[in-house]
Structure formats: structure tokens, C-alpha cells
Ligand binder design. Structure first.
Ligand SMILES: [Mg+2]
Ligand SMILES: [Zn+2]
Length: 192
């Protein structure tokens, strides 16, 4: 199985300073949905892991979040793409939960749900918190220079602060898909 764990805001869709609180505010980034379709065609199952503290803060409710995700899924489907599960941390920092990224709880939930060791599941997102959470759960980390991380485009990857060791940096989700799909398939395991 090939599984990858994507961030949402700033990775698939435009991030907003005031949070994406309604379907109208969910706008895909250029090329992002097509990148998911290409990854799917390459055999990658895609799961989202997203902090949505707007729930815990009362900025929007689960019905609104479900409506946002229904729009997202419709647009993904129209692009020939599929996200098969969405894992959400609804908490605020004050809740002290173990699932708000950069804590690795959401990633561990995904590993448990899919019965999958995360060492081969890339963690892909524009936020350091996503990359840090993925790395803490054992995922190979990949940072995208979209959304708030566009400011890092002027820096060498080694100069980006707080990046977990071994993080690969890509311009956007399309560039990540190009890179991943160009990797040689792992040699089949033999029991000889
Ligand atoms: Mg993000
Ligand atoms: Zn949480």
C-alpha cells in the first residue's frame, strides 16, 4: 500500500488569516487537485490531517466543516482525484490534546486506522507543524512552499528554521507529485 498524508489549508486550498469557515471560502490552489489525481493514478492513497481549531473556538461548527469538505470532495472528484479520509483535530492549543499538530496524534490515528507503518507514508504540507508532526510519527517529511511558507522560497532549505532533519522542500503540491512519481519503485521483497 502507498499512503500519503496531506495537510489541507495552504496545501490543497488557499489559507486565510481568518480561517476557512464556509464552503465559499474554500478555494483550491492552482494545480493542487490535479496533483492529487496524478498521485492517485500512481497508486497513492491520500488522507488529510488538518488542525481545525475554529471548531474548538466556536468560529464554525461541524456542519459547516462537513459542508466545506463536501465541496472539496466534489471538486476533487471533478478533477479525477480522491481523498479517502479526513482526520481533524478540532481542539484549541489550550485543550492540551495529543492530536493538534505538531503533536503526532492525528498521524498515529491514521496509521492505526489503515494498519500501516508510517515509515513509508510521506507527510506533505506547507506548514512546519504538519511536517514536524509527520516526522514525529516516523513519516518522511516534505515541506511545500505554498501559503504562509511561500516566504521561505528565498531561503536555502537548510536555512528554514525548525525543519526536521531530512525534510525535502518542493515548490508546491504539483512539484511534489512530479518528484514522487519519478522515484523508482522499491525492489520487490524476497524471502529467499
Ligand atoms: Mg497548511
Ligand atoms: Zn486535538
Amino acid at each position: 500500500m502507498k499512503l500519503l498524508i496531506l495537510d489541507r489549508d495552504g496545501t490543497l486550498n488557499r489559507s486565510r488569516d481568518d480561517k476557512v469557515a464556509s464552503p465559499d471560502e474554500w478555494e483550491p490552489l492552482p494545480g493542487a487537485l490535479e496533483a492529487v489525481a496524478r498521485l492517485n493514478h500512481g497508486g497513492w492513497r491520500v488522507v488529510l490531517a488538518t488542525n481545525q481549531s475554529g471548531i474548538g473556538r466556536g468560529l464554525f461548527d461541524m456542519a459547516s466543516l462537513n459542508a466545506i469538505h463536501a465541496k472539496m470532495q466534489r471538486q476533487l472528484a471533478a478533477a479525477g482525484a480522491r481523498v479517502e479520509a479526513i482526520f481533524i483535530c478540532p481542539h484549541t492549543p489550550e485543550d492540551g490534546c495529543d492530536c493538534r499538530k505538531p503533536a503526532p496524534g492525528l498521524f498515529r490515528q491514521i496509521g492505526a486506522r489503515f494498519g500501516f507503518a508510517l515509515g513509508e507514508a510521506p507527510a506533505v504540507g506547507n506548514s512546519l507543524r504538519h511536517v514536524q508532526a509527520g516526522a514525529a510519527a516516523g513519516c518522511p517529511p516534505h515541506l511545500l512552499l505554498t501559503g504562509l511558507s511561500a516566504v521561505y522560497a528565498a531561503l536555502a532549505p537548510s536555512a528554514i528554521p525548525d525543519l526536521p532533519p531530512g525534510t525535502r522542500v518542493h515548490t508546491d503540491l504539483g512539484a511534489f507529485a512530479d518528484w514522487l512519481l519519478a522515484q523508482p519503485a522499491p525492489a520487490p521483497k524476497t524471502n529467499a
